[in-house]
Design a protein around this ligand. Sequence first.
Ligand SMILES: Cc1cc2nc3c(=O)[nH]c(=O)nc-3n(C[C@H](O)[C@H](O)[C@H](O)COP(=O)(O)O)c2cc1C
Length: 333
Amino acid sequence: MAKIGNIDVGNFPLLLAPMEDVSDPPFRALCKEQGADVVYTEFISSEGLIRDAAKSLIKLDIYEKERPVGIQIFGANLDSMLRSVEIVEKTKPDIIDINFGCPVKKVVSKGAGAGILKDIDLMVSLTEAMVKHTDVPITVKTRLGWDHDSIKIVEVAERLQDVGCKAISIHGRTRAQMYKGDADWNPIAKVKNNPRMHIPVFGNGDVNTPERAVEMRDKYGLDGAMIGRASIGNPWFFREVKHFFETGEHLAPPSMQERIDIARRHLQMAIDWKGEKLGVFETRRHYTNYFKGIPDFKPYRTKMVTCDNPADVFAAFDEVEQLFGDYQFESVV
Ligand SMILES: Cc1cc2nc3c(=O)[nH]c(=O)nc-3n(C[C@H](O)[C@H](O)[C@H](O)COP(=O)(O)O)c2cc1C
């Protein structure tokens, strides 16, 4: 059983990765329903939070049904990080996660995200100060290192554990790699095999089939899998992996009806959460995968991703239900 602080997250939990503009409350709730054991918010700027920026504050919304949920924050300034912990705490998250992995230039150039991998002492001291500042479990998500020549993740993870970090999720790429190449899980396994490590070590990067999740568990011996891109437009991925764990067999892909039902609910939840305009806009990225592989589907997908009025998007779902209701999806694996 893996535990994050006092939170029991089960045996080899599946975690929904923090993803900007993806891991919002409606999508997190859908992933939770489909078997995600822990979900994370997208990263939230500590500087934005302390300036009370409305755009940052809305990212703190949590539905009760998605718990346990981790709120992820990023920054490199101690005072801003501590003040944002105070703000985040008020929304009662189960976990506060620190992003020490974001590779984008505008974050890294301020020493935040993966930028901190160039200053491990600061990474450790920030984590320690945050742990001391709150009773909410602090976890860390990071990468293997800044670049191939500076991979010290075994030592880094141990130091983070020693200052009270309650779990670590490691993306098996360096900052220099961005998203290129394959994720390397070997260094993550070394972290886990360090006899001094006792907090959960979660693997991340390229878990995109149930077999890969099994590999992460059995071959690399990690404590759980954090799943990002494979879940976009595919919240069913979590249940597929769990089914495979239990039976060794692939679950049939979701039916057309189930896809349409989820698309409708997703859109409605997004509208309830953010209003019509943003609700319509922010669900668009999921439709391609929700309806992937259907022949001659383009005109309908175009409607879904170009209509600004929710009634028109719902009408497109109705039309698809009528025209393609009997379509049988082939297993993708
Ligand atoms: C669209 C998108 C947004 C992301 N945003 C975040 C983020 O806000 N915080 C974070 O720690 N990682 C972020 N990531 C990285 C993912 O959490 C994850 O580490 C990465 O995608 C590798 O895992 P995967 O192969 O399962 O997708 C993002 C990735 C994508 C594709």
